[in-house]
Design a protein. Structure first.
Length: 247
């Protein structure tokens, strides 16, 4: 573990790592040991230990010290946004988070995408518990489909519910599986249209070869959504669901 924080000088962090592993005195000895190294890595380590034991004051103090010296530090920013969005960090309001996330998308976009998606999924987990699939089509249409013999077997207690407003990641990709022309494919295209309107930055992956159709299913989906073609990636080789997933 010590090499994760001090790759060039693991001995410096060995004692803190051992204390962390022992979980003694709510992590305080380990935090003190990490900070005693006098390094930025020590502050990162102290943050991670403090998170385990809910020492929010220690977390935010070290986060702010790191950001004062390194304003674009991915780890410090991620911690501030993730835990600040829940109101856990002293002095950080959930109302502050959008502006911080905006800065992250400019400075550390890869970390920002991860954090943004994580916050959206945490909200869904806590507020909705992911107890059943959500739908983007009308509840009436959804009910008809879910009451079918096949779907009822998989989701016997399914209640159609729209995707909650709380689920709103800034970046999202939706995979549209091809199918034979008819209701199944039409329903997928319509659901995609609804989602594309709701999520302006959403990437659409249209996938499917020409099995029972003249044109590849991926191209049929593409042609059916002319207003969103600048966001569609087309795969014309997948011949089954596994092929869709591999693409």
């Amino acid at each position: 573990m010590s090499t994760c924080y001090g790759e060039n000088y693991p001995e410096l962090f060995r004692n803190a790592s051992l204390l962390w592993n022992e979980r003694v005195n709510h992590g305080i000895p380990a935090i003190v040991s990490a900070l005693s190294t006098g390094t930025i890595e020590g502050k990162h380590m102290a943050i991670d230990i403090a998170l385990i034991f809910y020492h929010w004051d220690i977390v935010i103090d070290n986060v702010e010290e790191i950001l004062a010296e390194y304003p674009s530090d991915p780890h410090a920013l991620a911690v501030k946004v993730m835990y600040g969005s829940e109101g856990a960090l002293p002095g950080v309001s959930p109302k502050d988070i959008p502006a911080i996330l905006d800065r992250m998308f400019e400075d550390v976009p890869r970390t920002a995408r991860f954090v943004d998606r994580s916050i959206a999924e945490m909200t869904m987990t806590w507020d909705h518990e992911f107890l059943h699939p959500f739908t983007s089509i009308s509840l009436e249409e959804c009910a008809v489909g879910m009451n079918s013999t096949t779907m009822s077997e998989f989701f016997p207690n399914f209640i159609c519910e729209h995707i909650p407003e709380a689920y709103n990641p800034r970046e999202l990709a939706v995979v549209v599986f091809g199918a034979a022309e008819g209701y199944a494919l039409d329903a997928r295209i319509e659901a995609t249209r609804v989602l594309a309107e709701r999520y302006p930055q959403m990437t659409i992956i249209a996938t499917g070869a020409a099995l029972s159709t003249e044109k590849p299913e991926g191209e049929i989906i593409y042609d059916a959504l002319p207003e969103y073609q600048d966001r569609i990636v087309v795969d014309t080789k997948a011949r089954d669901t596994i092929g869709n997933a591999l693409f």
